[in-house]
Design a protein around this ligand. Structure first.
Ligand code: FAD
Length: 623
């Protein structure tokens, strides 16, 4: 009957299909193994697994689960089943399908499952007037019924910054036929790699080409984790992830529960991205910094730039554009000051500050996996190098009245955890010291590092007498300067063992660190205001309860982690993405306060690209 017929339409999604570690096919990440087919048969209540045709099933998610309460470690799969393929291949399965009932979180029937492509194919479909839909985070459609319009005049658009947000905004605009110039103060990855080498080996910090500035933005010499909190399965995230695969990322990122690229994969990916943009006619200007906006009567008319070579002669050049996408990241503090000088609205935003903790990776492997730790094989085996995520909320009852110090109602959490990685210098000025973490794809280093950060608000900025829109930036700077002084200069990082940090004493000796430019024992417990230090201390104790051994003399705290997310937001219109205080300016990505991480920044840039393309009449349809 028609009810049964419906069951053969669309896709059935089967969740929580667990395969023991020793039966996983290893490198063949996408293969439907015999063991997985058995699990699928169980979910379908189908008696003979071998009769099920493998081509009807696709793995859409695969995560490693080694929680201690499990009898044995497992890979847990989510699998999509194309019921029609079963119908054509194996009549005996029909009965089982028609008995299949949806069960939340175990079996779901998705009648209208769209297979989102990468961005380029979505836009190409649109140009051919084929219907395309990209769904946003909340499942609502952000783009549908598109029709490409051949316009006589191409809009001239400047995209400032080649981080994930700038790259994806450029990609959408260029695919729609806009005349895009991508302006980047830093260097292309080849030259940037040499500049970073000079920093790590010879202590030469290029102010415009470093861990924060240059092609690919802050996300290039990074861990390249592609996890996001904005809805892993949304069409927007999938469109970005599929585009990364188009540019050379392994397909595995589409399926892996914790997708990760690593610097060695990001660099060639960015080269391919650049080549694609150039083929679309995008002009890319590296080593070119936007210093100012050209504004007339509340409208942006262009930008003033200086090129690295010109800067020595301090000459600058005016360039005219119909619109400017500002995708500068949150280390471009000079840009915030410039915007403020034009009376743009900038709103201080809460963020988090703290320290980066580093442990031997073997210790984290054994905390997470116990005996299984020996199978990690430095990223070569089936068992992934162990990570962790810890969080602690310090509530009011616990602390109000005791110290009355403003410790209560704060969260402390681990952030940007890099298994098998290294601590790196993310300062953009030699008198300021801040750190972050990066890794290579195999995550084979001996160390595991993560930020441990505490939430801070306007109250904290005001307590140190910082007021106004840039209060949060000044707050960051204060601790970055203190950390530089504590380290004694020359990019030496101040460190303290977790045990000594808890006892408020200088470490007499410190374990080795992955940080290449040297560490120096310092009183990190004196770096932040008391409530932040106490929140870190209190939370460390709680993390140690969760992961016994987390506090140890081998756990080394590095100062300082301040650039977790943007300290300001640049208000913009929800639909058009245009700044509410300056026409023609489109603030996007992390620096504008609308993203936190590679994927969310890319998605924000992509949405802004669509909004602008629509505004300039490059297509019509619903956004
Ligand atoms: P950015 O990536 O910061 O890009 C901004 C670009 O604008 C830069 O290239 C800069 O040079 C350029 N620019 C700035 N000012 C100007 C100007 N005046 N003129 C011209 N160009 C300008 N996130 C993750 O999701 N996963 C991770 O594993 C991860 N690891 C990280 C590791 C490190 C070491 C760092 C520093 C960050 C990491 N992040 C990670 C965060 C992530 O990199 C950022 O969230 C993301 O890159 C933000 O993207 P964006 O496009 O908004 O800005």
């Amino acid at each position: 009957d028609s009810k049964d017929k419906d069951k053969f339409e669309g896709t059935w999604r089967l969740f929580k299909l667990a395969v023991p570690l020793d039966q996983d096919p290893g490198k063949d990440f996408l293969v439907i193994s015999d063991a997985l087919l058995q699990e699928i048969a169980k979910a379908l209540k189908f008696p003979v697994a071998s009769l099920l045709p493998r081509e009807a099933f696709t793995i859409v998610r695969k995560s490693f689960d080694a929680r201690k309460k499990l009898k044995e470690p497992k890979f847990v799969h989510t699998v999509d089943m194309d019921a029609k393929k079963l119908l054509s291949l194996e009549p005996r399965t029909w009965d089982f399908i028609s008995r299949l009932e949806p069960k939340v979180g175990l079996v779901e029937h998705v009648l209208d499952r769209r297979d989102f492509g990468d961005l380029m194919s979505i836009i190409r479909d649109c140009k051919e007037n084929k219907e395309s839909v990209v769904k946003g985070e909340n499942g609502h459609s952000i783009l549908s019924g598109l029709h490409h319009i051949q316009t006589a005049k191409k809009p001239k658009i400047a995209v400032v910054g080649s981080g994930p947000s700038g790259l994806f905004a450029s990609l959408v605009l260029a695919e729609f036929g806009a005349d895009v110039t991508l302006i980047e103060r830093g260097q292309a990855v080849e030259k940037r790699g040499r500049d970073i080498g000079a920093l790590v080996v010879r202590r030469i910090l290029e102010l415009e080409s470093n861990f924060c500035f240059g092609e690919g933005g802050a996300g290039t010499w990074s861990d390249g984790k592609l996890v996001t909190r904005i809805g892993r399965n949304s069409g927007s995230v999938l469109a970005v992830m599929r585009s990364l695969v188009e540019f050379g990322a392994p397909k595995q990122i589409l399926i892996d529960g914790k997708p990760h690229l690593g610097t060695d994969r990001l660099v060639p990916l960015l080269r391919n991205f650049r080549q694609h943009l150039q083929e679309l006619g995008v002009t890319i200007k590296f080593g070119t910094r936007v210093d100012d906006l050209v504004i007339n009567d509340g409208h942006v008319l262009g930008v003033t730039v200086s090129e690295s070579s010109d800067r020595l002669r301090s000459s600058s050049q005016k360039m005219e554009y119909d619109a400017v996408v500002l995708a500068v990241g949150h280390s471009a503090r000079d840009i915030y000051e410039m915007l403020l000088s034009h009376n743009l609205d900038l709103v201080p935003k809460d963020f988090a500050v703290g320290l980066r903790i580093e442990h031997p990776q073997e210790l984290i492997n054994s905390l997470q996996y116990s005996e299984l730790a020996s199978e990690v094989c430095r990223g070569r085996g089936k068992v992934p190098v162990a990570d962790y995520k810890v969080a602690n909320y310090i509530d009011k009852e616990e602390f109000d009245g005791s110290s009355g110090s403003g410790l209560a109602n704060r969260s402390c959490y681990s952030f940007c955890m890099c298994p098998g990685g290294q601590v790196v210098l993310t300062s953009t000025n030699p008198s300021e010291m801040c750190v972050n973490g990066m890794s290579f794809s195999r995550r084979a280093s001996r160390w595991a590092n993560a930020a441990l950060v505490v939430t801070v608000t306007k109250k904290d900025f005001e307590a140190l007498n910082y007021h106004g829109p840039l209060a949060g930036v000044e707050f960051q700077r204060e601790f970055e300067r203190k950390a530089a002084i504590m380290g004694g200069g020359n990019f030496t990082v101040p460190v303290q063992t977790a045990t000594d940090f808890l006892e408020n004493k200088l470490s007499a000796s410190v374990p080795p660190s992955s940080y290449r430019l040297g560490v120096k024992a310092a009183n990190l417990h004196q770096l932040f205001p008391t409530p932040i230090t106490e929140a870190l201390q209190h939370s460390l104790l709680s993390f140690d309860k969760e992961l016994p051994g987390f506090i140890s003399n081998e756990a080394l705290l590095h100062g300082v982690e301040t650039r977790t997310s943007s300290p300001i937001q640049i208000p913009r219109d929800v639909d058009s993405y245009e700044s509410t205080s300056l026409k023609g300016l489109y603030p996007v990505g992390e620096g504008a306060g609308y993203a936190g991480g590679i994927i969310s920044a890319a998605v924000d840039g992509m949405h802004a690209g669509f909004a602008l393309a629509k505004r300039f009449g490059l297509f019509h349809g619903d956004l």
